[in-house]
Design a protein around this ligand. Structure first.
Ligand code: NAP
Length: 247
């Protein structure tokens, strides 16, 4: 299938998993638009996309800001066309045990990881419904299935995204739109780099594959869900975790 100039929007594409996803689509001829929270991050995205013929560009976005989201989607649709694939990847952690977890850290994680996805799906699905075609892939986490001490806010946000995705999949299935999740386990990125060696080793002991995942491991699953080979898959989650959690 010719994917040239099909538009993909990947949030949080400046580094880590989002960057690997953006590169994977760009390598296959899609026109990729990736977001970062700063101008500098957006420029970095434009730079790595410039090597591809159907290149898109980096854009700035704070997913917590509703008006920022609206203008981003409007700008894309007016200047480039409708979004065929939406990958909601941007996410943050603000870890703390419940008794010390502040309302601010609760809110920031829920606003970024859950409310942002609700807003973006609402904005993008309108044109997908009209086109009777679209792929939405939301990045959740193994922690949304297992829970994790110190991550009540993060785990709740990711479990919320999964249930949100199932509900949306039921709403838009008849319109040719699929909505799925990819739930990474422990992937080597800036997000996990800050964890102590002791914690990393204890997690590694729980991974049957015997290694941490790479951003590319996740990108491959996302790419599959966006392909026509996955057209009969919706409301599902693909776990990319080396076996550390099995459903
Ligand atoms: P990362 O390296 O920390 O990158 C996070 C990305 O999100 C960056 O591009 C960042 O942009 C963007 N971002 C942060 N706050 C944002 C905001 N308010 N608005 C818009 N964008 C924002 O993270 P990662 O490890 O690649 O994780 C990517 C996704 O996978 C997240 O949803 C995460 O929860 C999920 N995940 C990761 C792991 C793992 O082991 N790494 C495991 C399970 C799930 P800037 O560069 O501008 O800050």
């Amino acid at each position: 299938m010719d994917n040239t100039n099909k538009i993909v929007l990947v949030t949080g594409a400046s580094r880590g998993i989002g960057k690997a996803i953006a590169l994977k689509f760009a390598q296959s001829g899609y026109r990729v638009f990736g977001t970062a929270t700063s101008e500098q991050g957006a420029q970095k995205i434009s730079n790595y996309l410039a090597q591809f013929e159907a290149h898109g560009e980096g854009l700035t976005l704070d997913i917590k800001q509703g008006n920022c989201l609206e203008s981003l989607v409007k700008n894309l649709q007016t200047n480039h066309g409708d979004i065929a694939v939406l990958v909601n990847n941007a996410g943050i952690t603000r870890d703390s045990l419940l008794l010390r977890l502040s309302y601010e850290d609760w809110d920031e994680v829920i606003q970024t990881n859950l409310t942002g996805i609700f807003r973006l799906c609402k904005l993008v699905s309108r044109s997908m419904i009209k086109a009777r075609h679209g792929k939405i892939i939301n990045i959740t986490s193994v922690v949304g299935h297992t829970g994790n001490p110190g991550q009540a806010n993060y785990a709740a946000s990711k479990a919320g995204v999964m249930s949100f995705s199932k509900s949306l999949a039921k709403e838009v299935g008849m319109r040719g739109i699929t909505v799925n999740c990819v739930a990474p386990g422990f992937i080597k990125t800036d997000m996990t780099d800050t964890l102590s060696d002791g914690l990393k080793n204890s997690v590694l002991n729980q991974i049957p594959a015997g290694r941490f995942g790479s951003p590319d491991d996740v990108a491959k699953a996302v790419f599959f869900l966006a392909s026509e080979d996955a057209s009969y898959i919706t409301g599902s989650t693909i776990h990319v975790n080396g076996g550390m959690f099995m459903e």
